[in-house]
Each structure stands twice: as C-alpha cells, then as structure tokens.
Design a protein. Structure first.
Length: 185
C-alpha cells in the first residue's frame, strides 16, 4: 500500500492541489469600488488587486453535508485610509454556519445580524471564528501584509450579497496614523 502525500491546503496559491477541484476568483478595486467612501478613485487605481479567494471541495457540491475548504487573501490596500474589505455576505441558506481561522496578517471580522447590529473580532494567526448562519460576515485587512484566512463552510450555503447591499455594515474601518477607527455611517 502506498502512503499518500497530504494536501497542503494553506499553500493553495502554490498550486499544490492543482488539477483537483479548486475554484479561484479575484476582485480588483473596480469590482468593489462602491464599498468605499472615496469617490476619487483613479482609472489606474481601479486595477489594484484587492482580494483573492480559493475554494475547494470533493464530490457533488449540491450534496447536503458536503463542505468547502477555502483560502481568502486580502491585500494591504488603503483607499484614503479606509481598510481593504471583502464584499461581505449572508449565506443564502441561513442555516449554514462557517468557520474562519487566521493564518497570516492582521484583520477584523465584522459580523452583522439581520437587524443590522454589528460586532467585530480581531483576526490574527491562530484565531478561530465561528460564524452563525444568520450573520453577514466581512473581512477587513488592518495590517501591512496580506491577510490570509482559512474557511470551512457547507457547499450548499450560497452567497446572499443583495441583503448586505440593501442593509450595509453600519461601520467603516479606517487606519489613521497606525490607529484603527470604526466610523459609523
Ligand atoms: C464563503 C466564505 C469566503 C468568502 C470570501 C470572499 O462563504 O465566507 O470564502 O466568500 O472571503 O468574501 P465575499 O464576501 O466577497 O464572498
Ligand atoms: Zn461565507
């Protein structure tokens, strides 16, 4: 019997599990500019790479009980001092929970319930975050290096971005002279 090599999941960008079922997407500033307060983004700035998302699963994604394993990399970009953030979403299926865990860098995980109440958790290497199914979640890079987090969630969860567009997270996150500021909209 041959012993198999393990999947080095945190090295996904290195292509270690290339050839298997890995999905990859990336967002440029032009894709997410509406999230930011600044309306003065240059055409050149719009091509800035903001974040990358890898996800991986085996078997049938429509099968209840199946899971995604994911990696999100948020680059250290500031738009007039506002920190780089993911779009943020609820899961379409509000029963589907998720775990995030910090790998590298420094961030915040913003959690918002369906009434629009927000809380924030510090994300750092080794931190573990349980995201209940009825909470919208957004990652924010508050550091100077890429923020990398691992994630695990049901393949049947889906993304509900519209609910967050209609009821945005109530705080913007800025870094001002090295200090993190949460500013109410
Ligand atoms: C999926 C999970 C992550 C995010 C990723 C990007 O349920 O929460 O993989 O999709 O961090 O965030 P967003 O809000 O742009 O999908
Ligand atoms: Zn999610």
């Amino acid at each position: 019997m041959k012993i198999k090599n393990p999947k080095l999941w945190h090295k996904m960008p290195g292509g270690i599990i290339e050839g298997e079922n890995v999905l990859y997407s990336r967002k440029y500033l032009k894709d997410v500019e509406n999230l930011y307060k600044s309306k003065e983004i240059s055409n050149e700035g719009k091509n800035t790479l903001m974040y990358e998302v890898y996800s991986y699963s085996e078997g049938d994604e429509t099968q209840y009980g199946n899971l995604f394993w994911g990696l999100t990399i948020l680059h250290p970009v500031y738009i007039e001092k506002e920190c780089n953030m993911t779009k943020g979403h609820f899961h379409e299926n509000r029963n589907c929970v998720e775990y995030y865990f910090g790998l590298e860098g420094e961030g915040l995980l913003l959690l918002m319930d369906e009434m629009g109440q927000m809380s924030a958790e510090k994300v750092l290497p080794g931190s573990l975050h349980y995201i209940a199914g009825n909470f919208a979640h957004r990652l924010v890079n508050i550091g100077e290096i890429p923020l990398k987090i691992g994630a695990c969630w049901p393949t049947t969860a889906g993304h509900d971005y519209r609910a967050v567009e209609e009821m945005p997270f109530p705080y913007r996150i800025y870094k001002n002279n090295g200090k993190i500021e949460l500013v109410e909209r």
